[in-house]
Design a protein around this ligand. Structure first.
Ligand code: F6P
Length: 487
């Protein structure tokens, strides 16, 4: 590919804003996604010289790259499918995601064996492909915003290739505590941290994750990396050689919020109204609703949510026939056996609760697994109680979206391990996600919350949830990067 060296703002992420499917007649159908980065890039406008570098994820995407089909402002990398699978499924989703979300069953795993080393080499190759593409595309002094755990090595690789660039890395996940992170082999964690510290700025969704990262970096060579924790000034990690300061990596926090304007408008469109009618039928007249909407992701804790609901029905029989748990659990990462097993367990447990307590006119759990955004918004609008109980979560936007969208206001049962807890805890009913009995009690408290209190809390939750809308979240990061001096 001929290098263009013309982009002034570059975003790099594994999953891009568009994906392709090959239709039966051989034509390519493009599907566009949403989210914070899409809003952010549209906010800087079409003339900002923005380019999004992403990976081809499917055969359709690879076919689009092969045919030269693409969108303006997007460069999709046709990384070989086997290299991508090792990097994405093998390392990013089976190791790094597990480390940051504390998901290992440690008596048996992890075991960093020869297969891990083979996959790690693919992770390096995949990161290098991004670094090279960014180096080819970036104009002199451009700002590059690298996303997430898939691309931890990119900042360091890119700095080697293009020291003139301003580089940021943003983690959308939590960051692991030191004792968990140090499970990784020494050379691997050094590579990960040094890769990220190739950036001028590394940023997170909450201070908790930023602090965890800095503590892990403190375990690196203290002669070379000196942590700064000044009060009133940005935290940073200085890169040193003896007494000489070589450069600084700054640490930032940007708590992504919900997009109120979009949600209000979208949730009142006709397809959402239709889904509300259908859902009301399924729920039944006059019943209360406990709503959850998640990707079926190991960290979302859907199974313990169902166990808590069963405990509620067990111990407080007055709720039988009077409440329905509306649980949307949309398949995710189904290439991984552990995700498929988890999805099956969610379905099995929902069926078990329905056969144990259900009556001819009442299904205690209404479970849907087919992804349908309009139906998710319909459930948000109908929610009396929002259940968000992840084991650990970078932010959890569902916790922020439900109070914004719910028609009558909803009581929020929220895990203290969700990033959103930092901003929403005052008006949520906070639970330990491992404590099923406490979660059941919180569900009861939420269901019996007086309407005035529920409305007041929902109003405050919605205000906190929308404090940093997606476009501003992105612009803040870009401005913070461009304003850095003394790199
Ligand atoms: O939600 C956290 C996150 O890291 C997002 O930033 C990212 O889009 C997603 O997880 C990755 O999920 P997937 O494997 O489906 O692309």
């Amino acid at each position: 590919m001929v290098s263009s060296h013309s982009a002034h703002v570059l975003v790099a992420s594994n999953r891009g804003p568009v994906s392709y499917e090959v239709g039966e007649d051989g034509s390519l159908n493009a599907k566009r996604g949403g989210g914070g980065l899409v809003s952010g890039l549209s906010a800087i406008g079409p003339d900002a010289g923005a380019l999004w570098v992403c990976s081809a994820l499917s055969d359709g995407d690879r076919e689009a790259v092969r045919r030269g089909v693409g969108e303006d402002g997007v460069r999709m990398l046709a990384i070989p499918a086997d290299v991508h699978a090792d990097a994405y499924n093998g390392i990013a989703n089976s190791v790094l995601w597990f480390v940051h979300h504390l998901l290992y069953q440690t008596p048996l795993e992890p075991a960093f064996d020869a297969e891990f080393r083979r996959q790690w080499a693919s992770y390096e190759t995949y990161n290098r492909a991004f670094a090279q593409a960014l180096a080819e595309e970036a104009a002199e002094g451009a700002a590059v915003l690298v996303q997430d755990y898939h691309l931890c090595l990119v900042p360091g690789m890119l700095r080697e290739l293009r020291p003139d660039l301003r580089i940021a890395h943003f983690s959308h996940t939590p960051w692991a505590p030191v004792d968990y992170f140090t499970m990784l082999p020494d050379d691997i964690r050094t590579q990960l941290l040094e890769g990220m510290l190739g950036a001028d700025r590394v940023a997170f969704l909450t201070w908790r994750w930023a602090t965890a990262f800095q503590r892990c970096a403190d375990e690196l060579d203290p002669e070379r990396y000196l942590s700064m924790w000044p009060s009133g000034a940005p935290r940073a990690i200085q890169h040193r050689q003896g007494k000489e300061l070589l450069r600084t990596t700054y640490i930032g926090v940007h708590g992504l919020g919900a997009d109120a304007d979009f949600l209000h408008a979208r949730s009142h469109e006709a397809d959402v109204e239709e889904r509300m009618t259908a859902l009301r039928e399924e729920i039944g007249e006059g019943r209360r609703t406990i709503v959850r909407v998640d990707r079926t992701e190991l960290s979302k804790n859907i199974v313990r949510g169902l166990l808590a609901y069963r405990h509620l029905l067990d111990t407080r029989p007055e709720w039988r026939e009077r409440v329905v748990h509306v649980a949307f659990a949309y398949p995710s990462r189904q290439d991984l056996a552990v995700y498929r097993d988890y999805t099956a367990e969610v379905q099995r447990l929902a069926e078990e609760i329905n056969s144990q307590y259900g009556t001819p006119g009442w299904s205690p759990v209404v479970l849907h697994v087919k992804d349908d955004f309009a139906r998710s918004l319909a459930a948000y609008r109908l929610a009396d109680v929002a259940l968000v109980n992840p084991i650990r979560d970078g932010m959890n936007l569902v916790a922020k979206e439900m109070p914004v969208v719910s028609d009558e206001g909803c009581a929020l049962v929220l895990s203290r391990e969700a990033g959103a807890w930092e901003e929403l805890r005052r008006d949520a009913l906070v639970v330990n996600p491992y404590d099923v009995v406490e979660t059941a009690d919180a569900l009861h408290e939420a269901l019996t919350m007086p309407p005035d209190e529920r409305a007041e809390r929902t109003k405050r939750l919605a205000t906190a949830a929308t404090a940093l809308p997606p476009a501003q979240w992105f612009l803040d990061q870009l401005n913070a990067l461009n304003e850095l001096t003394g790199r």
